[in-house]
Design a protein around this ligand. Sequence first.
Ligand SMILES: [Zn+2]
Length: 617
Amino acid sequence: MNSKKLTSIFRVLGWISFFFLLSAPAFFLAKAQSGTSFVIRNARVFDGRKILGQADVWVENGKIKAVGKNLKVPSDARVIEASGDTLLPGLIDSHTHAWGDALKEAEIFGVTTELDMFTGVKYMQQVKEDQAEGKDLDLADLRSAGSLATAPGGHGTEYGIQIPTLSSPAESQPWVDARIAEGSDYIKIVIDDGSAYGSHRPTLDNETLKAVVDAAHKRGKIAVVHIGTQQDARAAIEAGADGLAHLFADSAPEPDFGKFVAAHHAFIVPTLTVLESVSGVPTGESLTNDSHIIPYLTSDDVTNLKRSFPKFPTHLSEKYAEQTIVQLKAAHVPVLAGTDAPNAGTSHGVSIHRELELLVRSGLTPQEALAAATSVPATTFHLDDRGVIAPGKRADLLLVKGDPTEDILATRDIVSVWKLGVEDDRATYRATVAKAKQDAAKAALTPAQSGTEIGLISDFEDGTSSAKFGSGWMVSTDTIAGGKSTGEMKVVSGGTNASKHALEISGVIDGGLPYAWSGVMWSPGSQPFVPVNLSAKKSISFMATGDGQTYRVLIFTASGGRIPAQQTFTAGTEWKKITVPFSAFNGTDGHDISAVLFVGGPNAGTFKFQIDDVRLE
Ligand SMILES: [Zn+2]
């Protein structure tokens, strides 16, 4: 939505990859069984548009072979008896930012297709390559905008990643053509001057907006626009946008808004979940209390679902969006379910169930809400092979207990998920999540090692990079998350005061990732990332000197999950003592710290700084 929001996106996205790749990527290794012939008998079938009633669905070689009553199938076809359950097309989330384990989590919760609205181009290309080779059957299918269209200094540029910006209509066609060459499935445009959030940032002018939309259309691509305010929404639709990636929460809809959208044949992805979160409501919290969902949520998912955006100095209300949906429904505007995961208050996959609930709260019938997550996005985004249960379509399916066409909350009681006829191994995922939670609980109780009470971590006086306690210093760079930043550490002579040695950290930030980093990491436990109770101390202090650039201290805690808290410092030509209280790191008291990093980035370029006398005080 605004800069804070996107910062949050990248903090989440980036560090998901960071942590995920540090730990064993067991989820990705789960091997799907090969697709075979099976029939799901006697389920209530919602085909994406309407209820077919009780029927059989026969799947062969990843596709739906037949739908009907008492289907005759080959004798070797497995029979899945599903009376009392409801079979739906696999869900489509029409607004996400995919990265790390996003697509795995999505499929666990029945989302078999994600329409990503801005991610790393390299990630998008890699996933698509794997998908084309028939891999990744345990991951949601990805369609992506790749990079986004924004003004220089506009929303999306604030992370040091190279986002190709635009400043005039003339640049539009080459910009769009470059995105298509990279593999973008559609074009995402940002119109947001920050005013909805009481801030200000540059944004594309209406002429450039229109030129990008026209350039996309010239190449047969859909143009989707992120907007901040109702005024932006009108401007985007007037410029010919095919759809909006959000509704607005800054004002009640003008009485003709629905008719206006309908007259322009545009579609809307309201993203009620994230609008609720932006309004200060932790929209995902109810999901974390649902017994059908809890076993499949990692502790990081839970942390993020319980968050919301900080209060902005403007009056934002998700209720305005709900009022707008009443108008959209009356005007027959296509409404698509999208979550904007993994923003604060959301998580991949699981949040679509909250979005469905909010769509129903806004006045859609449960069937209309289900269509908003199946047939409607499939039609809108020209995904002709999915979104409905019919012969010849992909066997992307979701089987749930009960009847979500009557009670939308029933989508949460998932029996099975299939992608291309291959059943997702939810049991293994559930066991892995349970084990990770147990391990974290155990580790958090681990007392600090002896030596902690003195507080000195390292003064490097013995000429090595050893630490007095914990698991020592190691280089950490974004290469583990697909980046190309390089780094090294070495003990150098000299140091602060009468010190003989210090630790020098240098490298090159590639800038190819929005959260690029390079530096050193120290963990207080016997192994990297094992959380330890350091609450007997109140702050971390260190001496620093360097090239004058800004650097970051990152602290990971078990309760904070994959997202580190960070504080910046400047390493100037003179040695300077820097003391940061634990509480400055998202209010932690230090009881479950798992790692401390000193890093450069995310801005691209070379860097060099030294640290010395690192201690807890
Ligand atoms: Zn978004």
